[in-house]
Design a protein around this ligand. Structure first.
Ligand code: ZN
Length: 394
C-alpha cells in the first residue's frame, strides 16, 4: 500500500547507501547490531552520530524519503556488506571464504568472465565477496532490521526507507550444501527474509525496498534458476507485505566500486517479469542511460505500480546540474503521469565510489532539478536549505 509516497507526486529519495563520514571508523565486524549497540560505547556513539549526520545532509538537500545511509555496513571492499551483512548473520550460513564462482557477473557474448580475470577491477570485487557455505536450514538469524530502522526513524519525521539485499541475490552467491537444489534454497531464503520484512513492517517502517531480483542479471544466460522461479521467489519474499506497508523493488546494473557490471544492458527482455512482482514501486536506472528505455518501461509497468527513476548517477563524480535532472524528469513525464513518477539515484552512492561531498551535491541537484519541474506543474516545491542564499558565507 502507498504510505511514504501517498499523495506525493515526484517524491525524491535516494537508493540507500551514502559515503561514510570520515570519522566513522568502527565496524560491526560480524556482530549482531544490538550487541554492538549495547556493549560497545564507541560503536554506538559513532554509528548513531553518523546516521544523524547523514539524515541531516538529506534534509538539507530536500530529500523527502530519507535513508540511514546503510551505516550498518562495514568499511569493507567493493561493497561486500550489501551481501555480507546477511552472510554473517542469517541462520544456516557458515565459513565465509574466497570461493571460485562466488560472483556470477558474466561478460555477455561468451567472453571470459570479468570476475575471473586478474587485472580487472571486478576480479578484485569477486576476491573480496567471500560467500559462505549454506549448511543448515535458512533463517533470518540476527538481522535485526527493525532495530536498525528504529535507530534512524527516531531522528526524523520524514519516512526512513529501509532497504536490503534480496534473498535471491544472497542465494546466487552462497554455496548450497544443504538444500536439494537452488530452487529449494532460494525459496527457503526468501521465506526467511519474508519473516524479517514482516517484522520490520510491524515495527512501523513506511517503505521497505528489496534490492533486487536476479532477473536482469540472468536473462539470456545459462543459469540454473529460471526467470519464473525468481518471480515466484521474490513474491514469497514480499508475501503479505503490501497489506502492511509500501514495498519497493530496486533494480540497477551494478554498483561494486561504482562499476557497471554488464555492458550493453537493456531492461526490455525482463520488463514483463518485473511487472509480475508483488510491489508498489519499481525502480530503474535512467541517469546512466540518459533515459533511453523510458518509453518501454512506461509501457510495460502496470498502472497500479509507481515508477521510480534514477536521475543522478552513482558512477560519476561529475555532479549533474539541476537543469539536466529537470530535462530527464520531463522526458519521463512524456510517458508517466507525475502521480506515478518518483525520483531517486540510479543506485546507492556506496562507500568507495565517491566522497561524501559528491553525494551531497548530487542529492541537492536531484531536488533542485525536481523543484524546476514541480514549479512547471504547479506542485509544491521542497525547501532546499543547502541552496539558500541567506546561509552563504560569500
Ligand atoms: Zn543498485
Amino acid at each position: 500500500m502507498y504510505k511514504a509516497t501517498a499523495g506525493k507526486p515526484l517524491a525524491a529519495t535516494i537508493t540507500g547507501s551514502l559515503p561514510r563520514p570520515s570519522w566513522f571508523v568502527e565496524n560491526l565486524s560480524g556482530r549482531p547490531f544490538l550487541s554492538a549497540m549495547a556493549g560497545d560505547v564507541r560503536f554506538r556513539e559513532q554509528y548513531a552520530d553518523a546516521v544523524a549526520a547523514l539524515i541531516a545532509d538529506q534534509q538539507r538537500a530536500g530529500i523527502d524519503i530519507v535513508s540511514d545511509g546503510e551505516m550498518r555496513f562495514d568499511l569493507d571492499v567493493g561493497g561486500r556488506s550489501w551481501f555480507g551483512y546477511q552472510f554473517d548473520r542469517m541462520d544456516g550460513m557458515e565459513r565465509a571464504e574466497v570461493r571460485r564462482g562466488g560472483a556470477e557477473w558474466a561478460a555477455r557474448g561468451g567472453a571470459r568472465r570479468r570476475t575471473d580475470t586478474p587485472g580487472d577491477i571486478l576480479h578484485e570485487v569477486a576476491e573480496t565477496r567471500m560467500p559462505p557455505l549454506l549448511t543448515g536450514r535458512a533463517g533470518c538469524g540476527c538481522l535485526q532490521y527493525d532495530a536498525v530502522w528504529k535507530t534512524a526513524q527516531r531522528l526524523t519525521d520524514r519516512p526512513v526507507k529501509m532497504g536490503s539485499c534480496s534473498a535471491q541475490m544472497v542465494d546466487k552467491l552462497v554455496v548450497n550444501k544443504f538444500y536439494k537444489d537452488r530452487r529449494e534454497s532460494v525459496m527457503a531464503l526468501s521465506d526467511a527474509m519474508n519473516e524479517e520484512h514482516l517484522r520490520l513492517a510491524d515495527a512501523g517502517c513506511a517503505v521497505i525496498q528489496v534490492e533486487e531480483p536476479c532477473l536482469h542479471f540472468v536473462a539470456g544466460t545459462d543459469w540454473e534458476v529460471s526467470l519464473d522461479t525468481y518471480v515466484e521467489a521474490f513474491n514469497r519474499e514480499v508475501r503479505g507485505l503490501r497489506a502492511k506497508t509500501e514495498v519497493w523493488c530496486h533494480t540497477c546494473w551494478g554498483n561494486p566500486l561504482a562499476q557497471r557490471v554488464e555492458a550493453g544492458y537493456a531492461y526490455k527482455p525482463i520488463l514483463p517479469y518485473l511487472d509480475r512482482l508483488d510491489v508498489d514501486v519499481l525502480t530503474f536506472e535512467a541517469a546512466d542511460s540518459g533515459g533511453r528505455e523510458l518509453p518501454e518501461i512506461a509501457a510495460a509497468v502496470s498502472q497500479d505500480k509507481k515508477i521510480c527513476i534514477g536521475v543522478v548517477s552513482h558512477r560519476t563524480l561529475q555532479v549533474e546540474q539541476p537543469s539536466e535532472v529537470a530535462a530527464l524528469i520531463r522526458k519521463a513525464l512524456k510517458h508517466v503521469r507525475p502521480e506515478r513518477l518518483l525520483l531517486s539515484t540510479d543506485c546507492g552512492f556506496g562507500r568507495q565510489g565517491m566522497a561524501r561531498i559528491h553525494a551531497f551535491y548530487k542529492m541537492t541537484s536531484l531536488v533542485l532539478g525536481a523543484n524546476i519541474v514541480r514549479r512547471e506543474l504547479g506542485l509544491p516545491e521542497a525547501p532546499v536549505r543547502a541552496a539558500e542564499d541567506r546561509f552563504s558565507f560569500l
